[in-house]
Design a protein around this ligand. Structure first.
Ligand code: HEM
Ligand code: NFK
Length: 278
C-alpha cells in the first residue's frame, strides 16, 4: 500500500456505491456532458463554458428576482434587500468573467465563428426574461422563441404581469400616499418609460432620506443593480468590438452598433432622472 496520507483514517467517506455523492447531488454526469464544440478550435471550449456558466448565473438571478418580487408583495423588506444585494454580486461575477473571455483574440475566434451558424446571445431567453422581469419589455424580442412553445409561454406570462419595478412603484405609492390610487398603470408590454408621478415620489424620498430611509435604501439597491447591469452591457460591447470589430452579428443585427444602442436602455429611468432634480 502507498505511504501517502489516507484521509479515510480521518473519517473521510470513500465508498459511494449506495450513497449520494458529490457528483450525484450536482448532476455532474449530465452537466459535464453538455459541452459540444462544433469545431476542433482550441478556444471553442472556453466560449461554450463562458456562456454556459453565464446562463447558470442568469438562472440564479431569475430565481432571486422571483423571490424578491414575492418578498416585496408580502412586505418582507429585509429579505428583499438581502436578495437585491446578492443579485448585484452575481452581476459583478458575470462582469469579472469577461476578463477570461478577453484572452480570446480575433485570430482565435475566427477559427470557429463560422461553426456558430446563426446562433447568438440575442436568442438567450433567460437574458430576455431578466430584462422583462426588471421592466425592459420589448415584445419583438419574443419572436426568436416562437419555435419553442414552452419558452415563448414563459416570456408571454412574464409580460402579462407587473414587472419587479412595477411592484417597487406600487410599494413606493403605498408607503408614501397610503394607497395606490394615483399610481400610473404598469406598462406591461413596452419598455418602462419615465412617469412624472413616479419621479415626484422618488424626489420626495431623496429630499428627506431620514424620514424615508427604507425607500431610500431600496432606491439605492436598484441603482446598484442597474449600475452592474450597465457594466455588463459595456463589457460585452467592448469585448465584441475587440473580437469582431464592426462585423455584423451572427444573430443578424448590425453587431456593435446594435449593442451600443442597447447601452442607452434605462431600467429605472425615474431614479436616474431624479438625481438631476436634487
Ligand atoms: C467573443 C464573444 C462575443 C461576441 C463576439 C458576441 C457578439 C454579440 C453580437 C454581435 C450580438 C448582437 C446580436 C447579433 O448576434 O447580431 C450579441 C448579443 C448578445 N450577446 Fe454576445 N457576444 C459575445 C459573448 C457573449 C457572452 C459571453 C454572453 C453571455 C451570455 C453574450 C450574451 C449576449 C446577449 C444576451 C445578447 C443580446 C443582447 C441584447 O439584445 O441586448 N455574448 N453578442
Ligand atoms: N453574435 C456573435 C456570436 C456569439 O457571440 C454567440 C454565438 C452563439 C452563442 C452565444 C454567442 N454569444 C453572444 O452573442 C457573433 O456575431 O460573433
Amino acid at each position: 500500500m502507498s505511504s501517502a496520507y489516507n484521509p479515510s483514517e480521518d473519517g473521510a467517506q470513500m465508498g459511494f456505491a449506495k450513497a449520494m455523492s458529490y457528483g450525484d447531488y450536482l448532476g455532474l454526469e449530465g452537466l459535464l456532458a453538455q459541452q459540444h464544440p462544433q469545431s476542433t478550435a482550441h478556444d471553442e471550449m472556453l466560449f461554450i463554458i463562458q456562456h454556459q456558466t453565464s446562463e447558470l448565473w442568469m438562472k440564479q438571478v431569475l430565481h432571486e428576482l422571483g423571490a424578491a418580487r414575492i418578498a416585496l408583495k408580502t412586505g418582507d423588506t429585509p429579505q428583499m434587500f438581502k436578495i437585491l444585494a446578492r443579485v448585484s454580486r452575481i452581476f459583478e461575477q458575470l462582469n469579472n468573467a469577461w476578463d477570461v473571455l478577453r484572452t480570446m483574440t480575433p485570430a482565435d475566434y475566427t477559427t470557429f465563428r463560422e461553426a456558430l451558424g446563426p446562433s447568438s446571445g440575442f436568442q438567450s431567453y433567460q437574458y430576455r426574461m431578466i430584462e422583462f422581469t426588471l421592466g425592459n419589455r420589448n415584445p419583438h424580442m419574443m419572436q426568436p422563441h416562437a419555435h419553442v412553445p414552452e419558452v415563448h409561454s414563459l416570456l408571454e406570462a412574464e409580460l402579462a404581469r407587473p414587472s419587479f419595478y412595477d411592484e417597487v412603484v406600487a410599494h413606493l405609492f403605498q408607503t408614501l400616499d397610503g394607497h395606490t390610487d394615483n399610481m400610473p398603470a404598469p406598462q406591461l408590454d413596452s419598455p418602462h418609460a419615465a412617469q412624472p408621478e413616479v419621479q415626484a415620489r422618488w424626489k420626495q424620498v431623496y429630499q428627506d432620506t431620514t424620514t424615508h430611509w427604507a425607500l431610500y435604501e431600496l432606491g439605492e439597491k436598484l441603482m446598484d443593480m442597474e449600475d452592474y447591469f450597465r457594466r455588463w452591457r459595456f463589457n460585452h460591447v467592448t469585448t465584441v468590438e475587440r473580437v469582431i470589430g464592426f462585423k455584423r452579428g451572427t444573430g443578424g443585427t448590425s453587431g456593435v452598433q446594435y449593442l451600443k444602442r442597447m447601452l442607452s436602455v434605462e431600467l429605472f429611468p425615474e431614479l436616474w432622472n431624479v438625481r438631476g432634480e436634487l
